[in-house]
Design a protein around this ligand. Structure first.
Ligand code: PTT
Ligand code: SF4
Length: 609
């Protein structure tokens, strides 16, 4: 299939072996690329029950057929078995590395084994080198990228880890361009476990496409279309930061460890405060609508802000000062810590302190203590740093008491920044996301708030699946940024056109949805293989949203209804062709061309016909 090279670079770090793998054409036809390719590689090549931090885990950097070719397509999926959740984990990072890899003649970089000494992988126009990173080990992610560029040139694309990844903090991320982060479920720790400090690539090969003239024309037209959208001007002013104001108005802004959905100090950290402080606007490569808003932190260093970062490190910690929030954000970027999980573990510690479960803890709103705790976590320093480096789920298991009720995670992945006391469909989105509680697969909350937030309905389940197909299926396999479609209303029908021009393969959105369903069910099969079991509780958000109502704001008194939530979850399973435990039926596996998973799944559980 054109648009893809059909080749992945496979680096075995234990053997220091580099090989070019012509992956089967069915992978491209049935899974497209990005997340689809990664999930299939993990199913086929990672031994069942692999230690996520052992050499047997497989780390995949996977681009897709539109990476580097379509509007906003400077992105790449980073995936592996997650050390945080024990299941499938991935993230999507904007990086020149994505373009460098594609222009070097590869769709993906697959890394197995473990290097004996700190190393980095450097790819230049198809030539691959495993180089020593001993001098880079210990450097922060911003510094590391700068130093690699000093050696290989400014244009080289770099994705690397900071000290948190080196120390196997379970929610360490991969960082690029000093403010892009990907792989929330600990993909940075997987890199660290392989002694892999960074990957870098540069190339100038032409990506093979079916109709180069049409690809170019569609690119120019789609950029013009995006830039002509009504919301364009406001988007480049505020980007995702506009969501702070919206979330406050909708009572979904996480405050005090998701106890409340409104925050009294929100004005101090909203999009307008950010605009007043903004010093730069950055972007991923090949982007027509930049959203990397840069401000100076309280130490005068640059920090790139996004809604999730500011909500989780601001309102959720009770911090109402943008410079202080930016400071913790900058520390997270340098250390290579996921801001969402970092915000969640610190707020968990603040609540545990208030409830006297922690003796030497941390108080709400204490930004200085939060900054130094972030460093302690990254370096696994002290008892609290060590405890929180394990993530909220494990920390709560250690602390005991009723902390499981307010340990805000699903499947071990900390919840991103939308409170769901009065948003059952968003709660279900978190419950059923294929990587744990992340909004990337179904940000249904804006639609839900507009169309009847208190209802539990089949229509919500249908909408959720539709969003999962588009966001988690289409965008994560193309691989391209979803923001033109989500934020500016760029028509989804552009993508089949660009796909055809690039690959030569006509595709309808309905056909693409089937591919998306295949990938979802494969990922579910992978989870079951790795966990050895499944039950609906594993797809259920924490008790806080069901037991303790909101006490502030216009919808005070709201909480989720557990029975109705489980009614929606069962509807969801039925529509996906999974049984009442959440395990894919045999008939579904056959229908989706996943019959190859049946013998392995039957080793762990009885499959329903
Ligand atoms: C994403 C998650 C998000 S989602 C944010 S802010 W967001 C956080 N950003 C972090 C950060 O910054 N520094 C840090 N140390 N940790 C961070 N963790 C958090 O990570 C990101 C944008 C954003 S900003 C979003 S929603 C969209 N996500 C996309 C996606 O998932 N898929 C896709 N096809 N397109 C997307 N476009 C948007 O990209 P994860 P990025 Mg990120 C500083 O990766 O693991 O999915 O976690 O990649 O290049 O930073 O772009 O309000
Ligand atoms: Fe990257 Fe933002 Fe552009 Fe998307 S809109 S490609 S996240 S800069």
């Amino acid at each position: 299939m054109k648009g893809l090279w059909g080749r992945a670079l496979w680096v075995d770090l234990s053997r220091r072996e580099v090989r070019v793998w012509d992956y089967p054409v069915d992978y491209a036809l049935d899974y497209v690329g990005g997340r689809g390719l990664a999930a299939r590689v993990l199913w086929d090549f990672m031994p069942a029950g692999a230690d996520p931090l052992g050499p047997e885990n497989i780390l995949v950097f996977a681009a897709g057929p539109l990476t580097g070719l379509a509007v906003n397509s400077g992105k790449i999926v980073v995936a592996a078995k997650s050390p945080l959740t024990g299941g499938y984990g991935d993230g999507n990072i904007g990086s020149h590395f994505a373009i460098g890899l594609r222009k070097s003649g590869f769709d993906a970089l697959i890394v197995s084994g473990r290097a004996r000494k700190p190393s980095y992988i450097y790819v230049e126009n198809g030539e691959t080198h495993i180089l020593s990173a001993e001098a880079l080990w210990g450097s922060n992610a911003v510094e590391c990228e700068r130093r690699i560029k000093e050696v290989h040139g400014r244009s080289v694309g770099v994705a690397c880890i900071g000290p948190a990844g080196e120390r196997l903090v379970r929610y360490a991320v991969v960082i690029s361009q000093a403010g892009r982060a990907g792989g929330r479920p600990g993909i940075g720790a997987v890199m660290g476990s392989k002694n892999l400090k960074a990957v870098a690539a540069i190339g100038d090969m032409d990506i093979p496409v079916a109709d180069p003239g049409e690809v170019r024309r569609l690119y120019v037209d789609s950029v013009r279309d995006v830039k002509g959208k009504d919301g364009y001007g406001f988007w480049v002013r505020q980007g995702t930061m506009a969501t702070i104001e919206w979330s406050q108005a909708a009572s979904v802004l996480p405050a005090y460890n998701f106890r409340e959905g409104v925050f009294e100090g929100y004005r101090m950290i909203d999009g307008y405060s950010m605009e007043a402080a903004k010093v730069d606007l950055r972007s991923c490569p090949v982007c027509a609508m930049p959203c990397g808003n840069v401000v100076l932190d309280s130490k005068g260093l640059e920090a790139e802000l996004d809604y999730e970062n500011v909500a989780m490190l601001g309102s959720n910690l009770g911090i109402a000062h943008l410079g202080h929030v930016a400071r913790i954000n900058r520390v997270a970027d340098e250390m290579g810590l996921d801001t969402i999980s970092l915000g969640a573990v610190i707020s968990f510690a603040m609540e545990a302190t208030e409830r006297k479960l922690l003796k030497e803890g941390i108080e709400w709103g204490d930004h200085k203590a939060a900054e130094s705790l972030a460093l302690d976590i990254a370096y696994r320093r002290g008892a609290l740093g060590e405890l929180l480096a394990e993530g909220v789920m494990r920390a709560s298991e250690k602390l005991g008491g009723d902390s499981g009720d307010w340990a805000m995670h699903v499947k071990g992945l900390e919840i991103s920044a939308y409170d769901c006391h009065a948003a059952p469909a968003m709660a279900l989105a978190y419950g059923t996301s294929p990587i744990g509680a992340h909004h990337k697969d179904a940000w249904i909350i804006a639609w839900e708030v507009k169309t009847g937030r208190f209802e539990y309905s089949e229509a919500k389940v249908d909408k959720l699946i539709e969003l999962q197909r588009i966001r988690g299926g289409i965008f994560e396999t193309l691989v391209a940024c979803r923001f033109p479609w989500v934020e500016l209303g760029f028509n989804l029908e552009w993508y089949p056109k660009i796909f055809k021009a690039a690959t030569g393969r006509p595709i309808t959105l309905e056909e693409y949805y089937e591919i998306a369903d295949r990938i979802y069910t494969l990922i579910r099969a992978l989870w079951i293989r790795e966990q050895g079991t499944w039950n609906p509780q594993m797809d259920t958000p924490p008790a806080r949203w069901f037991k303790k109502p909101l006490t502030k704001g216009p919808i005070a008194g709201s909480k989720l209804d557990p029975e109705k939530y489980h009614w929606m979850l069962q509807k969801y399973y039925q529509k996906r062709g999974w049984d009442e435990r959440g395990i894919p039926r045999k008939s579904t596996l056959r229908k989706l061309k996943l019959e190859y998973t049946i013998p392995e799944l039957e080793k762990h559980t009885t499959l329903t016909e």
